[in-house]
Write a protein that binds this ligand. Structure first.
Ligand code: FNR
Length: 185
């Protein structure tokens, strides 16, 4: 049976570069793996009262169940104000509760940050890393993935252009698979 890896992009924008990257990465899944895009579009902002008073939104239940079935994750994060966009941090928070029932625990992850700017989302990458350490997601160390000038990476149809950046992303995906195989829960 294929192992399922969640591809989680931290943007809701229709023309999001992170979402385009997610699609491109799905096509890079090696044999024996199924890369599945996990949508964050329906998740209300986390409120602990929902869990404490048994008023859990159906979207939380669906998301937690979906993530529970995954073996690992590739997080594709844009950078908002040198940090992680709220929609991605919110998804981490939703999946981490109720206390003791985190759906992230122990599953191998990787972070691919991106930006139209020159720094490639470095700030978001490392803020995200901090949360993943707490969530006990072993995060791939190398290669580090900071994708700069991401706005130049796609054709008009939204598909990824052939070239060195695509080749690097494929290498990073392969490195993640090796990381996954070493650290699988
Ligand atoms: C940005 N952007 C941005 N870019 C960057 O490199 N560093 C940053 O700190 C920020 N900050 C920031 C804050 C907010 C509120 C917005 C809306 C945008 C620009 C950002 O990289 C750009 O909009 C990307 O296209 C967002 O990613 P998606 O939606 O294309 O995946």
């Amino acid at each position: 049976m294929s192992k399922i890896i969640g591809i989680i992009a931290g943007s809701l924008r229709k023309e999001s570069f992170s979402k385009k990257l997610a699609k491109a990465i799905v096509a890079m899944a090696p044999e024996g793996f199924d890369f599945k895009i996990i949508s964050l579009a329906d998740l209300p902002v986390y409120n602990q009262d929902f869990d404490d008073h048994n008023e859990v939104p159906p979207a939380y239940t669906t998301f937690r169940k979906e993530v529970k079935e995954l073996g690992g994750f590739i997080f594709i994060t844009p950078e908002y104000n040198r940090s992680v966009p709220a929609v991605l941090k919110n998804a981490l928070d939703v999946g981490s509760r109720p206390y003791g029932k985190s759906v992230w625990d122990g599953k191998p992850g990787a972070i691919f940050s991106n930006s139209p700017g020159a720094v490639g989302g470095f700030g978001a990458n490392h803020h995200l890393r901090q949360s993943l350490v707490f969530l006990n997601i072993p995060v791939m160390q190398q290669p580090e993935v900071y994708l700069a000038k991401v706005n130049e990476l796609f054709n008009e149809s939204g598909t990824i252009k052939e070239g060195p950046t695509k080749d690097f992303i494929k290498k990073a995906v392969d490195a993640y698979i090796a990381w996954f195989n070493q650290n699988e829960k």
